[in-house]
Design a protein around this ligand. Sequence first.
Ligand SMILES: [Zn+2]
Ligand SMILES: [Zn+2]
Length: 321
Amino acid sequence: MVCKVCRGKAQVEVKSRGFALCKEHYLEWFVKETERAIRRHRMLHPGERVLVAVSGGKDSLALWDVLHRLGYEAVGLHLELGIGAYSRRSLEVTQAFAKERGLPLLVVDLKEAYGFGVPELAELSGRVACSACGLSKRYIINQVAVEEGFRVVATGHNLDDEAAVLFGNLLNPQEDALVRQGPVLPEKPGLAARVKPFYRFSEREVLSYTLLRGIRYLHEECPNAKGAKSLLYKEALNRVEKEMPGAKLRFLEGFLEKIQPRLKAEEEVALRECERCGYPTTGAICSFCRMWESVYRRAKRRHLLPEEAQFQPRVEPVRVG
Ligand SMILES: [Zn+2]
Ligand SMILES: [Zn+2]
């Protein structure tokens, strides 16, 4: 196997695209390919200030690295979710990355901000952990972006993630979910734009970049992810990919380019301001505030919170570095 650019010894085989590259040219290709995705979908303006949601995993740290290298003013936001040692190590790895590179990092500690981390939140809200966690992440990341004046938030979702979501939405068809999926979600009042510059890279391709760049990341998966449906979907798609290189990318791109535009665009649902927090919602009170208010009610009944405790939706991120 030789590098398609320099004919030297190849380090990474990009099977889905039918070529191999040496370390130097892989690192170069990966950054350029990210830049192409950003330009093609007008995700970011040159040099723009962007909030990067960083978990400490390989994808989000690689994204932070690449966006910084591409000249964006990339500020990290880490959520400490309170999931035991896993969350502590996630924060440590993220902080170490920021410190080594002199990058600004914002941190929101869920337990400090609202009184409960994901495990207690799941238990008290009656939701499964991943649902309570996902809702909290989406809400807090957006709130920090809006309060801190960011137009756009970037996340490290890769091709495997996006293809698995699409596969799941086809197995349990819901038109609005299919219409909403995409690499760019435009901004609205009270909602920052959301972009996924890595959506065309497979998990393996991102991992190769992370390893070749010598980025230290947290290998360990969230303990709650075990048995998640998304893992089953990824496994199924990877079995197809193995026999048919490029299948995942064709699946996602084919959907986004050919099928999604023909789906009836969701009736533009009127967003209103949540009566509690003022952030966009379709109902009177947003699902984040509703979840926490019921958690506070239950916690008081169990004497886990004093009777006078009040849920405050607004969080203040802590600046690290
Ligand atoms: Zn080369
Ligand atoms: Zn609200």
